[in-house]
Ligand binder design. Sequence first.
Ligand SMILES: [Zn+2]
Length: 292
Amino acid sequence: MAFRKCLECGRGIGGAKHCSYCGCVWEDSNPVYEKGLKFFDKQDYKRAVECFLKAAKKEYVPAFNKLGYCYEFGMGVAQDYSMTVHWYLKATEKGYAPAQNNIGRCYYNGLGIKQDFTQAYRWFIRAAENGNTEALNNLGCCYYYGNGVKQDSYQAIEYFRKAAENGNADAQHNLGCCYMSGYGGARDYEEAVKYLTAAAESGHTEAQNNLGDCYAYGYGVAIDYQKAFSWYSKSATGGSICAQNNLGECYFYGEGVKIDYNKAAFWFKKSADRGLEGAKRNLEQCLKKIKE
Ligand SMILES: [Zn+2]
């Protein structure tokens, strides 16, 4: 039996069994669907959707889920949440784990369907039982906020941990934040750094900013302004408004980098334009400094 990278998530290893990351199953490959995935990767979403529709006509279940996704994010079709729900539900009828998680998200966020945390929780449980890693993280969120289930910090942390250990960056970030803040009575800066690093290294923007803070203030690691600067840079480039302000401060105070008021102003402005109050004050101060 040939094992290859999972076509659904690209993360786990698939074959004629459950993918180890998203829990999907496919027994037969479908050439039209795979052609669609190639178009999708090339960001030719219109052609991708055409292929997915053809595969869906042949009742190829992963195509149902992909069509739901394309409608959710308006890729190759106009964004349409009722179509999103339609296609995800069609895939759940066949027990497709990624779609069970996706329809859970629709209930959780009220996308194309009335917001209902209890239903969301039930779908996440089903998806998680079928081996879907994102659903584990979503269950952690349900327990963390008490959405659809009684708030329970122990369960929240356990679900975050399971998802984090299976490589889910959101869960690694969430768990890192739990350890950082002492949520559930478990403050542990070294554990926080461990999980934030894992998430940051896989490109999680918020985790990169939080990890920058760890290095800037010496939480769980020795203070290292260069590392702080480097993580803030990545996060700021990725669009975090907190990191943009933090990076501005690095340039303003010369922490981890040479003082450069123009670069500081550039990053303060980016952050201020998107509404961060602290960045507005920093920008004013910085512009004064430039005029001096
Ligand atoms: Zn997968």
